[in-house]
Design a protein around this ligand. Structure first.
Ligand code: SF4
Length: 259
């Protein structure tokens, strides 16, 4: 595709995780520094439908399609390739599906400025760093504007923009027990396929392999066993139903990925 560039030959790239910070960043940048931005996302192929809808709606608000940057792989295909499930000890998914493809692509479209949605109130988080030879520089406009979390929410609320309950993968190993319950309740087909993946990987490796870390809580680690608990009517404490979340107007974000 033709990469839009300014008079100096620079491409202006905004990566959209779909979370509140990058969403606010993209919309506000388009208002206060209008230019021919290229908005990109790094899908893993395991997003929930509301996440895909959010990217589509955001593209409409921004007046341009959000370009997916991928490795050509999905979370599913990597599980097959590696015959392994991502988990806290084997966190290859973010690197292979998001970070490396985005860095590779950014190096190809350089010279460029990459706009990153880190807020002023999260000063301890580092941004992405590129070798100087890549001719990629990074800007943090939310920090330049002094925007913290409440500024981001106020801005989105004023625009009437909502953020999906989940912007991470449907079967992300890092999700909470309550989010597994919601996946089972609202997206049983995805839950069932995650059960099948646990079963296939465990069988071929000859040992139990699960998305969930068994030391995280006292509930069963294996999704098949967890499903039996859910089916018996047991609901994890503090589980918020999807409709309650929507009524509250606040959305969670992936705690692992920033792209
Ligand atoms: S959301 Fe979770 S499963 Fe998906 S790439 Fe990030 S860490 Fe991996």
């Amino acid at each position: 595709m033709d990469i839009p560039r300014d008079a100096d030959g620079l491409a202006h790239i905004v990566a959209l995780s779909g979370g509140k910070d990058s969403t606010a960043l993209a919309l506000r940048l388009a208002e206060v520094e209008p230019r021919n931005y290229l908005f990109v996302c790094t899908p893993t192929g395991d997003e929930l439908p509301e996440m895909i809808d959010h990217w589509l709606e955001l593209g409409q608000r921004l007046g341009r399609r959000i370009l997916p940057v991928t490795s050509g792989k999905t979370l599913d295909s990597l599980i097959d390739d590696f015959n392994a499930l991502p988990n806290n000890r084997m966190r290859w998914c973010t690197r292979i599906l998001k970070i490396e493809p985005y860095y590779r692509w950014l190096a190809q479209v350089a010279p460029a400025i990459s706009y990153v949605g880190l807020r002023a109130d999260e000063g301890d988080r580092a941004g992405m760093e590129f070798p100087a030879s890549n001719s990629v520089s990074v800007r943090f406009p939310l920090r330049e504007w002094g925007w913290g979390e409440s500024d981001v929410w106020n801005y989105l609320d004023a625009l009437g923009v909502t953020i999906p309950a989940r912007t991470d993968c449907a079967r992300c190993y890092h999700q909470t027990l309550g989010e597994w319950w919601r996946l089972w309740h609202d997206s049983p087909g995805i839950y069932d396929s995650a059960v099948a993946q646990e079963s296939a990987v465990s069988e071929s490796r000859g040992k139990p392999c699960t998305f969930r870390n068994k030391s995280r809580d006292t509930w069963p680690a294996a999704l098949a066993d967890l499903r039996r608990e859910f089916e018996s009517g047991r609901v994890p404490p503090n589980t918020v139903r999807t409709d309650d979340l929507f009524a509250g107007g606040r959305r969670g974000i992936c705690r692992v990925c920033s792209l």
